[in-house]
Design a binder for this molecule. Structure first.
Ligand code: CTP
Ligand code: MG
Length: 389
């Protein structure tokens, strides 16, 4: 058992693909699952292993800054640019490691597999004591058929057939050399590259849960699993009021709505975002907005309130958690919220890094009663549901 962070063990994570089969406007590794990018989930899973010294991420050349931002705080080296095929991307990662302080052993792990377990990493690394390479694999259990044109043509014996997974592990100098020699040949995984170079590759036990996210259905299945891993469900509430004064627009839910007045406050006075921020802080048991952003601090004068909400969301993430749902009620006679509801949902979802269907925006009047009825101010209340590990 390797029990201290070992500079001699590195990981290359190819993440330079287009994710065509998964659909969506963003490539799958950049899509959000339970509030975090797939890329970040995978890097966090690798980072959790105590023996892994460095992680070399490989992304499309245009995504280097974006990817570096997504894995910020995880202490990994700057991503490098990948190539047209997965193999080219892996080679770029290996070359980047070779140019620094080359490791003795390297794991190569797809960004699209966030469910890699510590035990599997142990098994792969342990096999490298004996052989040049190690491949986690799952025995095929379904009966295999050959078919064409919608007809069964025959049954393929499944004895000795395995589904290959990652992380695949190798002795570094051997796989670097094998990849250099295989440049230009089309081989589908790193074990195939090792085999072509005559290296011995051991089979180690894979894990059916360590599936590669490939299709839109896989994304849904993965998010469900990631959320299920966060079993401590918490709810918090928030409430805020700001006074109306002279002006020509109010910030509500991150949207500037034309109005014959403005909300008065130290920041942009967006009561809706303030109530949501307090709801998240409440769910975390982390005090309130005034504690995190004291009105006495000039830094927050006129500040856009999306920063406050983003801060509370970051606190949830720092605890290893995810925001499951945000529910907001805005209380005022005017302006009418209805026409802006969808934009607010989009905006709040974007700040919180969640899907808009996890955000609800409601509005009510107080039937002309009280300070909201008289138009002296606007109130908002919110409820946040979060999940923690
Ligand atoms: N990959 C890469 N460079 C490429 C192609 C793929 O780094 N030129 C990475 C992907 O980002 C992914 C892993 O290799 O993490 C496995 O590839 P795959 O699951 O096929 O991902 P994509 O190629 O992105 O998806 P698709 O084939 O559906 O377009
Ligand atoms: Mg591909």
């Amino acid at each position: 058992m390797i029990d201290s962070r070992d500079r001699r063990i590195a990981v290359v994570v190819p993440a330079a693909g287009r994710g065509r089969r998964a659909g969506g406007t963003l490539a799958k590794q950049y899509q959000l699952l339970a509030g975090r990018s797939l890329l970040r989930w995978t890097i966090e899973a690798l980072r959790a292993h105590p023996a892994i010294g460095s992680i070399q991420l490989v992304v499309d050349g245009t995504e280097i800054d974006n990817a570096a931002g997504l894995v910020d705080g995880l202490g990994i080296t700057r991503p490098v640019a990948g190539g047209a095929e997965r193999q080219d991307s892996v080679r770029a990662g290996l070359e980047a490691l070779a140019a620094g302080a080359p490791p003795e052993r390297v794991l190569i792990h797809d960004a699209a597999r966030p469910f890699v377990s510590l035990a599997m990493i142990d098994r792969v690394l342990a096999a490298l004591d004996r052989v040049d390479g190690a491949l986690p694999a799952v025995a095929v259990t379904d009966t295999l058929k050959r078919g064409a044109g919608g007809l069964v043509l025959g049954t393929v014996p499944r004895d000795g057939l395995y589904r290959a997974q990652t992380p695949q592990g190798f002795r570094f100098p051997a796989i670097l050399e094998a990849h250099r020699r295989a440049a230009g040949k089309a081989l589908t995984d790193d074990a195939a590259i090792a085999e072509a170079a005559g290296l011995t590759v051991a089979l180690v036990e894979g894990d059916p849960d360590n599936f590669k996210i490939t299709t839109p259905d896989d994304l849904v299945r993965a998010e469900r699993r990631l959320l299920a891993g966060l079993g401590d469900c918490r709810v918090g509430t928030g409430f805020d009021v700001h006074r109306l004064g002279p002006g020509n627009g109010v910030w509500l839910g991150g949207v500037l709505i034309p109005h014959d007045g403005a909300l008065i406050g130290h920041s942009d006075a967006d009561v809706a975002l303030h109530a949501l921020t307090d709801a998240l802080l409440g769910a975390l048991g982390a005090g309130d907005i005034g504690l995190h952003f004291p009105p006495s601090d000039a830094t927050w004068r006129g500040a856009a309130s999306d920063r406050f909400l983003a801060h509370a969301v970051a606190l949830v993430h720092a605890r290893g958690g995810a925001v499951a749902h945000l529910d907001l009620t805005i209380i005022c006679e005017r302006p009418k919220v209805g026409p802006h509801r969808d934009l607010m949902r989009q905006r709040i979802a974007a700040i919180a890094g969640i899907d808009p269907d996890r955000v609800s925006v409601k509005a009510t009047t107080t039937e002309g009663l009280g300070f909201t009825g008289r138009g002296e101010g606007i109130a908002a209340q919110a409820c946040a549901t979060i999940r923690l590990p």
